[in-house]
Write a protein that binds this ligand. Structure first.
Ligand code: HEM
Length: 510
């Protein structure tokens, strides 16, 4: 009995000590938050929802209500100016729309990508995902080595050579649309564009034929979709993985990551064998990915993983963004007949009846470029980037102590009326070659050394697909669908952009 009392006493004593320690740790954390508030509260910002969670409850609320969180950031930008502060526990993020700072920070290698966001993409729920590939690498030298190796696969000389593949994949889409026009079937354009951009990236980047428009059993579209959803949950809510109700979803995301990585392993090995056998291999992205590893005989495990990181990076970065841009463009053209007529006239003047679009034709379709640029102003499908600020700086006259993350949001900049008059109006004339160039307030592909490697690739692909679509078909948006934006990390049209498709000159069905 005495022994029992003694043990119970000790356990009670230990519990009190433990509680005391937790309380002290919590108080220290609160003191640290207070210190951070004192350090950064001179920067304007909306009132915090709570001392500990800062603005996170508002942001969570926006996201759970299926609204576009960037609209909240836009509203705050309009209220608090070119730099404002967001707190989330001990972390401070600055939302910056000041063009001078955008230029200074994005154009310089001095400011690394911030680990808060990009480290979360290394693994997805414990499964390696983008790792240290091109988008996520934070160390400048490690990134620079990869970028130098990958650059040749995106040179304009190399991309000119890919026009055949762009044309051929886009033709398959046209065949599919022709079937739909013949059978009076409505087309979900976002889905169709997703198939074609995935077909293009697998062919042009990895030399693999998927033909998704005709084969609906491929696991890749769903795997990519799951990974993208996983990114959103993992990045925006760090508690997501702790709820048992999310376990099934998380397992599916992990399986999808594994599928992409095991596919990468298989395709890389096949290419390696082809190289070793002296076969003639294309100088495509996959060949360049192989060069990021050491000599073939002694590829270290780290190098192998890095190759897979980049494989997955191109799969993810190179597909949905372009597909959504195309879907938004069709959505706007479907609503604006005057712009549609003008851009179609240009396509007719440049292409006439010819089927194969060549590189020089692309340069001649300047109004189509304007339409695509304007689409990304209102709907930047990858809506921003962020950088860590390791030294004290001044933004718009406000001294900013080191240690914060600056977020550069192209959705917000594109919709601020101080940069673009009547910002919600879709007006391609803003990007007329003679119009003043937007000064560091338009950056759908980011800016500076870490800007999008696939920008030219994406816009060539988008132009080929759009030009063929305009050349061959009339389309009208099915009535009653929403023109809202869906925020799934990347931006996409909520409705999927469902259209009735007709051959040019065909009378609309009754
Ligand atoms: C409309 C289409 C596209 C848009 C709007 C877009 C946008 C962007 C943006 C905003 C970034 C910077 C991301 C960040 O800082 O976190 C980026 C980076 C990147 N994008 Fe794209 N992208 C598009 C298409 C593509 C395509 C087709 C490819 C590949 C074929 C590609 C490959 C990459 C790569 C590799 C990076 C990382 C570059 C680096 O840090 O060196 N993108 N893209």
């Amino acid at each position: 009995m005495t022994l029992f009392h003694l043990i119970a006493g000790w356990i009670g004593y230990l519990l009190i000590c433990l509680l005391g320690l937790i309380l002290i740790a919590f108080l220290c954390f609160c003191l640290y938050i207070k210190y951070i508030h004192l350090k950064y509260d001179h920067i304007p910002g909306p009132p915090r929802d709570s001392f500990i969670f800062g603005h996170l409850p508002t942001i969570q609320r926006e996201m759970s209500n299926d609204r576009v969180v960037h609209d909240k950031f836009l509203e705050w930008s309009e209220t608090y100016g070119p730099v404002y502060r967001i707190n989330g526990m001990h972390v401070v993020m600055l939302c910056v729309t000041c063009p001078e700072t955008t230029k200074e920070v994005l154009m310089s290698p001095k400011y690394p990508k911030d680990s808060l966001f990009y480290k979360r993409l290394f693994n997805l729920f414990g499964q390696r995902f983008l790792g240290s590939g091109l988008v996520t690498a934070q160390n400048h030298d490690e990134w620079y080595k990869q970028r130098r190796i990958m650059d040749p696969a995106f040179s304009s000389l190399h991309l000119r050579g890919q026009m055949g593949a762009f044309n051929e994949r886009a033709e398959r889409l046209m065949d599919k649309l022709a079937d739909m026009a013949d059978t009076n079937t409505a087309a979900n354009m976002q889905h169709m564009f997703n198939c074609v951009t995935l077909d293009v990236i697998t062919k042009v980047a990895f030399g693999v034929e998927l033909d998704l428009l005709n084969k609906s059993d491929s696991p890749f579209p769903n795997a990519i979709e799951m990974c993208l959803k996983g990114i959103v949950h993992s990045v925006r809510d760090f508690t997501f993985q702790f709820y048992p109700k999310n376990k099934k979803f998380i397992n599916e995301v992990k399986k999808s990551c594994q599928l992409l990585r095991s596919t990468g392993r298989q395709w890389i090995n096949e290419r390696k064998m082809a190289v070793q056998n002296g076969e003639d291999v294309p100088k495509d992205i996959l060949t360049q990915i192989l060069k990021t590893a050491g000599k073939e005989e002694n590829i270290a495990n780290d190098d192998e993983e890095l190759m897979l990181d980049n494989f997955v990076t191109f799969f993810i970065a190179g597909q949905e963004t372009t597909a959504n841009q195309l879907a938004f463009a069709v959505m706007e053209l479907g609503r604006l007949p005057e712009i549609l007529t003008k851009v179609r006239q240009e396509v007719d003047d440049v292409l006439g009846m010819k089927q194969e679009i060549n590189f020089d034709d692309l340069g001649k379709m300047t109004y189509l470029s304007q339409v695509l640029k304007e689409t990304l102003r209102l709907y930047p499908t990858a809506p921003g980037t962020s950088r860590f600020i390791p030294n004290d700086i001044v933004i718009n006259g406000i001294p900013i102590p080191a240690g914060v993350t600056c977020v550069f949001n192209s959705y917000v900049c594109g919709r601020l009326d101080k940069f673009f008059e009547d910002p919600l109006k879709f007006d391609p004339e803003r990007f007329h070659p003679d119009a003043a160039k937007p000064y560091y307030c338009y950056y759908p592909f980011a800016l500076g050394p870490r800007s999008c490697l696939g920008q030219t690739f994406a816009q060539m692909e988008a132009k080929v697909v759009m030009a063929k679509l305009l050349q061959r078909f009339d389309f009208s948006l099915l009535p009653g669908q929403s023109f809202d934006v869906l925020d799934t990390g990347s931006l996409r049209p909520k409705s999927g952009v469902v259209c009735n498709i007709r051959h040019r000159g065909q009378t609309p069905a009754a």
